[in-house]
Design a protein around this ligand. Structure first.
Ligand code: ADP
Ligand code: ADP
Ligand code: MG
Length: 542
């Protein structure tokens, strides 16, 4: 090994061309003997949104906590922690010197949105209104509540909110504070595309119009693109060490990160590039029908949400994508198919085995990952299972961990693996991309697609990651309506018409990056946006 990695080298050792200079110096912070170390910090800047892009477990939240004053950096001396003067000395002459001095003096007023919004109900008892009222320091809460569509749940208790609702409430609570520096630790989990674009606009306005400094950690590249003025890339070996680069332009930063090579640092961070395929929409071939479902309706009670479903067919061996805003009935439809709930007046018996990964993955069993997975399939541990499921989902390094100790992204990968390990006629995955980083999304997408092809089986995937859906799906099911009031599911259709219907509802068009083919959201009313809307081509331009 190269001497840094305490575990197996992810780059196969020989791939490392040169070590980052930083690693020869002291780290900014180390959690303990042989524990994770962080090198470098991002630099917040007034009037700007600064992005932080990197894989899970690379120290992004650690960096945010240091800048927020929640962790005092120890320069790697966890036994003999230096005092603030030494830390600041270390940063003398850099842009961070004044910032860190202000943190030391308690002069930095910080508002931070935590990464795992699911944990908010454990920490707060009360209604949305009660939580938000305590944060309204800028007198903008009413406006935020309206723009983020929080009004319908304002008197609901916090522990009854969905993930997407909690995410928007947490964002409103953070942005309503009167701080100098705002830290948003992941903006998009659980949000649909429309909500992501709105949230990005609100964050930009805070920086531009109020001259605030905002630092955002984000895995959704299309949103990072819209949001940030510059970005820092974080690289290294997850759980072992992480290095934060100096700022780069958003476009260069994202492209270098995807290519796996950092230009200014002259540093290879991954043996191969993450490649974006641009492909023409898949033509829906005339396939055999696996199952037909009838027109259905489901309402949750007088005056509550109701869903109407146009009947349709699911083809054998296809991947069917499912898209639509939050609160429109997608998970309800999945539960109808899976037989978890009953449609109104229809006794739906599809007569087949369905493996179902729900949207919110719980992991409350005290069990190791390997024990859990081997309780699901006899194939566990076979070379087939390892190649098709274990390796692409990067489960190797977490096999011995307890389910309850897993991070959000780890839990998601275990849940996808568990679902695909079952023997079933139809596999239903509800939001598999949530909490996964860029690389894990690409790997999970490839694993699901290969699984469907190699096993000649049928998969339905509900997701907000448009690029994942584009790569995965043969056909598309589009939901529309009025979120939390009524939803409508249209019959499965071809990719091109489906994407156009979905994105026209949102009024958003996509183009492709000239270099990497990465999908990018067009600026509203830009030349391309207008042209694509005139042509009625919201996503595919070939
Ligand atoms: P990211 O935000 O990039 O996913 P984090 O900063 O949360 O990464 O974590 C980086 C590494 O530091 C992880 O391996 C994590 O387990 C470890 N870590 C985080 N907090 C602590 C802590 N309080 N003590 C020891 N290790 C920690
Ligand atoms: P999506 O998956 O598209 O986000 P869901 O199917 O989860 O939407 O939910 C659609 C609507 O139905 C939401 O407003 C949600 O709050 C409501 N809902 C979901 N489950 C129940 C339930 N068991 N009782 C009452 N309302 C529910
Ligand atoms: Mg859902």
């Amino acid at each position: 090994t190269c001497g840094i990695c305490v575990e197996k080298c992810p780059f196969d050792a020989i791939e490392i061309i040169n070590l980052p200079q930083e690693l020869e110096d002291e780290p900014t912070h180390r959690y303990g003997e042989n524990a994770f170390s962080l090198y470098g910090l991002p630099v917040p800047e007034s009037g700007k949104v600064t992005g932080l892009l990197g894989p899970n477990g690379i120290g992004k939240s650690t960096a945010v906590k240091i800048l927020a004053g929640e962790i005092t950096p120890n320069l790697g001396r966890h036994d003999d922690a230096p005092d603030w003067e030494e830390v600041i000395d270390e940063y003398r002459g850099t842009e961070l010197q004044d910032y860190l001095a202000a943190v030391r003096d308690g002069d930095v007023n910080v508002a931070r949105k935590p990464q795992y919004v699911d944990q908010i109900p454990d920490q707060f008892d009360g209604t949305t209104r009660e939580l938000l009222e305590r944060t309204d320091e800028r007198g903008v809460l009413d406006d935020l509540v309206d723009r983020l569509s929080i009004r319908p749940v304002i008197d609901q208790s916090i522990d009854s909110l969905s993930g997407g609702e909690l995410q928007r409430v947490a964002l409103a609570a953070t942005l309503a504070r009167d701080a100098d520096f705002y830290f948003v630790d992941e903006l998009t989990p659980y949000l649909d595309i429309g909500q992501r674009v709105t949230a990005a606009r609100i964050v930009r306005e805070l920086a531009e119009e109020e001259d605030k400094a905002v630092l955002v950690v984000e895995h959704d590249l299309a949103v990072l693109d819209l949001l940030a003025d510059s970005i820092h890339v974080a690289y290294g070996e997850p759980s072992v060490y992480g290095v934060v680069t100096p700022p780069k332009s958003v476009r260069n930063g994202i492209n270098e990160y995807l290519r796996g090579y950092l230009d200014n640092e002259n540093m290879r961070i991954r043996p191969e590039a993450i490649e974006f395929e641009e492909h023409a929409p898949r033509p829906a071939s005339r396939e055999e029908t696996l199952v037909s479902y009838p027109d259905m309706a489901k309402s949750y009670g007088e005056g509550e949400f109701s869903l109407s479903v146009d009947g349709g067919d699911v083809h054998r061996n296809e991947v069917l994508g499912v898209v639509g805003p939050n609160g429109i009935g997608k998970s309800t439809f999945a539960k109808l198919l899976a037989g978890d709930i009953e449609a109104d007046g229809v006794d739906l018996d599809l007569g087949m085995d369905i493996a179902y990964k729900p949207q919110y993955v719980e992991a409350d069993q005290h069990m190791r990952v390997d024990a859990f997975l081997s309780s699901i399939t006899d194939d566990f541990g076979s070379s087939y299972w390892k190649t098709e499921i274990g390796d692409p989902l990067q489960l190797d390094r977490i096999m011995e961990q307890n389910l309850t100790d897993l991070s959000g992204g780890e839990r998601q990968r275990v849940a996808i693996a568990a679902t695909l390990s079952k023997d079933a006629d139809l596999y239903l995955l509800d939001e598999p991309s949530a909490h996964l980083d860029v690389e894990q999304r690409v790997l999970a997408t490839r694993a699901i697609r290969r699984f469907a092809e190699n096993r000649e089986t049928t998969v339905m995937v509900i997701d907000h990651d448009i690029y994942m859906i584009d790569l995965l799906a043969d056909r598309l099911m589009v939901f529309d309506g009025e979120p939390a009031e009524q939803g409508h599911a249209s019959t499965p259709q071809e990719m091109r018409s489906g994407m156009n219907e979905f994105l026209a509802n949102l009024d958003v068009t996509f183009r492709r990056d000239e270099n990497l083919g990465r999908p990018r959201i067009n600026k509203p009313d830009s030349q391309l946006d207008k042209q694509q809307k005139r042509d009625g081509e919201y996503y595919y331009t070939n």
